[in-house]
Design a protein around this ligand. Sequence first.
Ligand code: HEM
Length: 493
Amino acid sequence: MMRFAKDLREGYILQAMGEVLDEYGVDTLNTRILWKDNIITRDDLHMRTVHQTQFESFERGAEAAEKMGTFLGRGIFVADRTEWKRERALIRPFLNKERISDFDIFQEHADRTLSILSATASTHEPIDFQDLFARFTLGAASSFLLGTSPDALGAPRPVPYKAKMGSKGAATEGQLGTFLYSFEEIQVTISLRWRLNTFFPLYEFKGDHTLPHVDVITKFVKPTVEEALERKKQEREQGVERHRAERTMLENLVEITQDEERVRFGLLNVLMAGRDTTAGLLTFVVYLLAMYPAVAKRLREEIFDICGANGHPTHDLIRKMPYMNAALNETLRLFPGAPMGIRNSIHEVLLPTADGTPPLYLPGKARVTWLTLHLHRRKDLWGEDADEFDPERWMDPARLARMDERPSMFVPFLSGPRACPGQVFALNEASFMLVRLLQRFSGFELVPEAIPEGARPPPQWKEGKGRQRIEQVWPSTAFTAFVKGGMWARPLP
Ligand code: HEM
């Protein structure tokens, strides 16, 4: 049991799921029926049915609260139906155009990130970009949500050539009890629970693994929420009204509810949704730019053309950068931030299949696991070069027409009513950081020797399939995609 759990924890499961589909064939087109009430699919038509056309027939179900409730309460990630609609309505106005076009919130954290990289460049030492981006996105997201942030960029970082493997990336001295560490540990535990499914209480028979970490997070967030509630109370008494555009998400939430738990969980749900996914996107894009320097060069040229050597990127300028958009899309295609997902059917459903084959019968209370990562690499949809990183495919009219015809083949943010509400925010944040990075540095060089022992891609991958043959890091997933042991590279002057 322990060994199995350890394997799952280290992210072998995604590989194993891919093998279920690739090696042992599929029962119905791109779907494997594991048991009558449990299927794994990379069929976009099945995914579209679950997310869009038969949205009302699926739910996260009671297991979501069982597995994530201590950390996320009954927030948007846990809730279904009326409760979910209420949570979504609470968050949505805050991700409006006005707010997400305000790039000032990224500025301070991006500047600090760049000065850390500049200091590193002068020593020629490698740095774990994944760790750095996790700190950057934590800072930016906390400022956006709370108006304050834990000093993650100022805290000790993993030391090159000495860092050991942590629960996801590289470990840092003295990380125990920090916000960053606890936040990641909770996600690793939650993702393990989904994988162990009904057996997870056996793995945690000594006690709930999330609780000590939830405690660390609560100690940081709860006083901030209480302060905001108190301030709101005083403002009400004094008749002070703050303009909506000036409010953080926390201030917005306390306008709507006085319930401290609901506000806290509302914030934590969005923090969890938005932070690691965006850090993952930045990590994989820098990894791919290091592997494909010609792409980095072309992207840099576009950045200099549109923003100049020092100019600050804005929402409008970023919209004028087709190659930036292509590079980000291509990264999200090969390494979607949420590589897989799960829903349960409420009652029986027929899942349509392509090419007029009979639909697949799904009984009620059945589990559907979809693999976005495998859908995004299907050769029948993307062509023989599906495993290649080639942003050009997003500039080629013929290929774009194919995607227009079948938008369900590219769904890094999912589709339908539960699609990611933070998509534009995430793309703005990643573009902002990339502009600043490539204004300052000409590119990146991978330093595989710095990857901690146990996290280097196994030698047998060279004889493996698809991208495995060329991968220079070990992509993995715990709720969101990440690089095992960290993404060690050098910024090039
Ligand atoms: C590259 C970055 C991101 C990616 C790839 C991404 C992807 C996704 C995906 C696939 C889902 C659906 C998960 C599911 O239902 O199983 C989702 C949901 C969600 N995302 Fe994102 N996301 C990103 C960034 C963000 C950001 C920056 C925010 C907020 C600022 C955010 C907020 C949310 C929320 C609140 C949900 C839950 C929606 C619901 O259940 O109604 N995401 N995201």
